[in-house]
Design a protein around this ligand. Structure first.
Ligand SMILES: Cc1cc2nc3c(=O)[nH]c(=O)nc-3n(C[C@H](O)[C@H](O)[C@H](O)COP(=O)(O)OP(=O)(O)OC[C@H]3O[C@@H](n4cnc5c(N)ncnc54)[C@H](O)[C@@H]3O)c2cc1C
Length: 458
C-alpha cells in the first residue's frame, strides 16, 4: 500500500478514499471541454476535521489538492491539478441552521444550490444567486469559490454579496473562521471576501454563513423579439433607466434559439430574444413590466406569442444545447463582460466576424450586467477549428478588458482563462501570487489554476 494513500485512509476511514477507476474518471473532468486529468485518488471528508487532515497530509507530502463541489465549472477550475488528490465535498451537505429573524443560513460547503432553496422554502427566504442550468448540481462552496452569478445577479448581485462569513481550511491545514453573522462589519480588512472567486487556490471552504432574501411576492416575465442582437443590446440601457431594479435582463441570439427547432418559442424561433423578469408586490411587478414594454417598443420589439411556451425554459437549456450541437467535439467559450454602452458593437463584431468566416457563434447572456457568453462549437455545421476559436477568444477577452470590462463575468479563470487574466491583469497578478503564498505556503491548493499563466486551454 502506498504510504501516502494509507495516511489519507487513516485520516478519513478506508471507504472515504477511492482509487476506483470509475471514481477517478468522474473526478478527472468538469463541464468544460478541457482534456481530463486523472487524479491520484478521491477523498470524501464529511467534516472540517477530515478536510484539515487531508490538507495537512498533502502539505507534508507536497501533493496538490483540488477541491470539487458539483464539478460544473465551465472553465476547468475543477479539473484536477496533475497528480492531485481530489477533495470531493459533496458529502458535506448539511444545512446547519436557518434563521428567519436574522435572514441567514449556515451551511456546509457541499450543499447543492437547489437543495438549499428547497430546504428554505418553508421560511419564505431564499439564496438568490442562481447558477442557471447547473442549479441542480452546483454547490454553495463551488459558488463561493467562483462568485457564481446567473440570471438574478442584476438585482441581487453574485454570491459575494450574500456571504457573511466562512469557515476555511488554509493550505497549511489551519482552520480559520472569518466574518460574522451580522450583515455589515468594519472590523478590519475583509478576509471573508478574499476567498470568494479564489477557486480553491487559497483555502478550502468548509462552512458558509449566508445572508438570505425574502422570496418576492410576485414575479412577472416579459419577452420580445428584436430586429438583431445590437438592437436588443441597445434596448438594455433604456430598460434599466425605466426599471432600475429589474431582476433579470437577458439576450439570446436567433441562431441559438434556432437550435430549439420545435421548442415552444413560437414566433421567436428565428429571432433575437430580449427577456426580462420583474419582482415585487403584484401591482409593482405589473407596472414594471408595462414600463419595460414602453422602453423596448422604440427599439423595434415585437411580442412573443404567449401561447407558444416559456422562453425562460429555453434560456436554462442553452449552454448544454450548444454543447450538444457540437456533437462531442466541444466548444470554446468566453464569458467576458463589457460596459453597457459597448455591448451593441461588441455583439455586432462577434456575430459579423463569425458570419463572414462561415463560422457559428452562439451569443447569449446576462445583458443587464454586460455579461455575454460567446460559444464557438468545434463540431457540427459552421464548426471552428480549435486554433481559430482560441484566437477569437483571445481577441474578445483583450477587447473586453480594453473596454473596461473583464475576461470573466461569472464563470471564473480556471485553466481556460489563465492567459487572458495574465494579459489583462494590469500588474495585479504578482500581488495575488504573494497572497497565495501567505495562505498556501506549500503551493498545494489547485496550483495550476488562476495564477499560473502557462498553458492554453479552451
Ligand atoms: C449548464 C451550466 C450553466 C451554468 N450557468 C451558470 C450561470 O448562470 N452563472 C454562473 O455563475 N455559473 C454558471 N455555471 C458554472 C458553474 O455552475 C458555477 O461556476 C458553479 O458555481 C460551480 O459550482 P460547483 O459546485 O460545481 O463547483 P466546481 O465546479 O466543483 O468547482 C469550481 C471551483 O471551485 C473550487 N471549489 C469547489 N468547492 C470548493 C470549496 N468548498 N472550497 C474551495 N474551493 C472550492 C474548485 O476547486 C474549482 O476551482 C454553469 C454551468 C453549467 C454546466
Amino acid at each position: 500500500m502506498d504510504p501516502f494513500l494509507q495516511c489519507l485512509r487513516d485520516a478519513l476511514g478506508g471507504d472515504r478514499v477511492s482509487t476506483v477507476p470509475a471514481d477517478l474518471a468522474t473526478a478527472s473532468r468538469d463541464e468544460s471541454d478541457l482534456p481530463p486529468v486523472a487524479p491520484r485518488c478521491v477523498a470524501r471528508p464529511v467534516d472540517t476535521a477530515g478536510v484539515a487532515a487531508i490538507v495537512r497530509a498533502c502539505r507534508d507530502a507536497g501533493v496538490p489538492l483540488t477541491a470539487r463541489g458539483g464539478g460544473t465549472s465551465l472553465e476547468g477550475s475543477s479539473v484536477p491539478s496533475p497528480g492531485a488528490v481530489v477533495l470531493d465535498l459533496a458529502g458535506m451537505d448539511r444545512v446547519l441552521e436557518a434563521s428567519v429573524e436574522e435572514r441567514l443560513a449556515v451551511v456546509q460547503a457541499g450543499v447543492v444550490f437547489d437543495r438549499l432553496n428547497e430546504r428554505l422554502r418553508p421560511t419564505g427566504l431564499f439564496f438568490p444567486p442562481t447558477p442557471g442550468g447547473s442549479a441542480d448540481a452546483a454547490t454553495v462552496g463551488g459558488m463561493v469559490a467562483t462568485d457564481a452569478g446567473g440570471l438574478f445577479a442584476l438585482r441581487f448581485g453574485g454570491t459575494r454579496r450574500w456571504v457573511r462569513g466562512l469557515e476555511v481550511v488554509t493550505g497549511d491545514g489551519s482552520v480559520m473562521r472569518t466574518g460574522c453573522r451580522v450583515p455589515k462589519a468594519s472590523a478590519g480588512p475583509d478576509l471573508t471576501h478574499l476567498f470568494v472567486a479564489s477557486e480553491g487556490t487559497l483555502g478550502i471552504v468548509t462552512e458558509v454563513t449566508l445572508g438570505l432574501c425574502p422570496v418576492p411576492e410576485a414575479r412577472r416575465r416579459g419577452g420580445w423579439v428584436l430586429p438583431g442582437m445590437p438592437a436588443a443590446c441597445r434596448a438594455v440601457a433604456d430598460l434599466l433607466m425605466a426599471v432600475p431594479d429589474l431582476a433579470a435582463v437577458e439576450v439570446v441570439d436567433g441562431g441559438t434559439v434556432g437550435l430549439f427547432e420545435g421548442a415552444a418559442t413560437g414566433d421567436a424561433r428565428a429571432g433575437d430574444l430580449l427577456l426580462v423578469e420583474a419582482h415585487g408586490r403584484p401591482a409593482e411587478a405589473d407596472a414594471a413590466l408595462a414600463a419595460c414594454l414602453e422602453a423596448v417598443l422604440p427599439h423595434g420589439a415585437w411580442p412573443l406569442d404567449p401561447a407558444a411556451g416559456d422562453p425562460w425554459d429555453l434560456r436554462h437549456r442553452l449552454t448544454r444545447a450548444v454543447r450538444e450541437s457540437a456533437g462531442g467535439a466541444g466548444v470554446v467559450r468566453t464569458d467576458a463582460a463589457v460596459p453597457l454602452p459597448a455591448l451593441p458593437s461588441f455583439v455586432d463584431d462577434v456575430l459579423e466576424r463569425a458570419a463572414s468566416a462561415g463560422r457559428r457563434a452562439h451569443v447569449f447572456g446576462h445583458a443587464g450586467l454586460g455579461i455575454l457568453h460567446v460559444l464557438m462549437p468545434l463540431g457540427g455545421p459552421g464548426a471552428w477549428t480549435r486554433p481559430e476559436a482560441l484566437g477569437e477568444k483571445t481577441r474578445l477577452c483583450a477587447r473586453a478588458a480594453a473596454l473596461g470590462g473583464t475576461v470573466s463575468g461569472e464563470h471564473g479563470i480556471g485553466l481556460a482563462n489563465r492567459e487572458a487574466l495574465a494579459r489583462g491583469s494590469a500588474g495585479t497578478l504578482p500581488w495575488l501570487a504573494a497572497l497565495k503564498a501567505v495562505f498556501d505556503p506549500a503551493g498545494i491548493l489547485n496550483p495550476d489554476k488562476v495564477f499560473d499563466a502557462g498553458g492554453g486551454g479552451a
